[in-house]
Design a protein around this ligand. Structure first.
Ligand code: ZN
Length: 255
């Protein structure tokens, strides 16, 4: 439990961190993609993780489609008798709230995505990206953000597919200071990125993301670290280009 003095100190620290984030240079806008394909591992990743960025793309006039590889049936939250079906409904509802054009849900095994034949995943991403007319892919950072191996596997597949397609990939990431705070406070293995590893930072509105999160009733429990993460992120989202294009343009983000 947190005492009154601790709470006051905590609030002050949070305000300082938030103002640091909000005062930071917002390097670059989102790319001008007309069609965005989000590739994720679990129902709720599109909202908990990518929700505010997808909302920003949609506000900019882009269409968004979501490809989700697993039904999230291995979650230890949500005691529904058929969690896979529950989470499929939650994903569909969240995608509607976000304003996505479609949400495609596959049934690869939750928790074991890294064991699925990579060409099966890659071919799926290629086919869906082509059908959607995608200009780029939006994924979790290569770290997986929370350390979940499914997140890493989904992103690796998207990067390989994008290579085949000659398509750019943006990875949603956390600032190193946010990840460090989350690790310290919760013990969860969040991985962040230093400022020089972040290529795009934008201001976002979180209302629609929060409404989409609420659709995932089986997962958005009051004790979730998610709420603290959103609080620490404030109105900023950070992204990395994962397709290698930034490596040939080293002057693009001077330190
Ligand atoms: Zn996930």
């Amino acid at each position: 439990m947190t005492g009154a003095n601790d709470a006051a100190i905590e609030t002050g620290a949070r305000a300082a961190l938030t103002s640091t984030l909000q005062g930071r240079d917002r390097r670059h806008a989102l790319p001008e993609w007309r069609h965005v394909l989000a590739v994720v591992a679990h129902p709720d990743d599109e909202s908990f993780g990518l929700g505010a960025v997808l909302d920003a793309f949609i506000r900019d006039g882009a269409t968004v489609d979501v490809l989700c590889f697993t039904q999230g049936e291995a979650s230890t939250l949500g005691e529904a008798p058929d969690l896979a079906t529950t989470r499929a409904h939650e994903l569909a509802a969240a995608a509607r709230v976000l304003g996505a054009r479609s949400a495609l849900l596959r049934a690869h095994p939750d928790g074991m995505l890294a064991d699925v034949d990579p060409t099966v995943l890659d071919d799926d991403v290629v086919a869906v990206a082509r059908a959607a007319g995608a200009d780029g892919l939006l994924v979790f950072d290569e770290t997986g953000i929370t350390g979940h191996p499914d997140h890493v596997a989904a992103t690796r597949s998207a990067i390989r597919a994008a290579e085949q397609l000659g398509m750019p990939v943006l990875g949603w990431t956390l600032d190193a200071d946010v990840a460090e705070r989350l690790r310290a406070e919760t013990g969860a293995p969040f991985v962040g990125r230093a400022p020089d590893e972040i290529h795009v930072q934008i201001g976002v509105q979180r209302e629609r993301q929060r409404a989409a999160i609420a659709c995932h009733a089986s997962q958005a429990v009051p004790t979730s670290v998610l709420w603290r993460r959103l609080e620490l992120q404030g109105d900023a989202e950070s992204l990395r280009r994962l397709d290698g294009t930034h490596r040939s343009r080293p002057t693009d983000h001077p330190r």
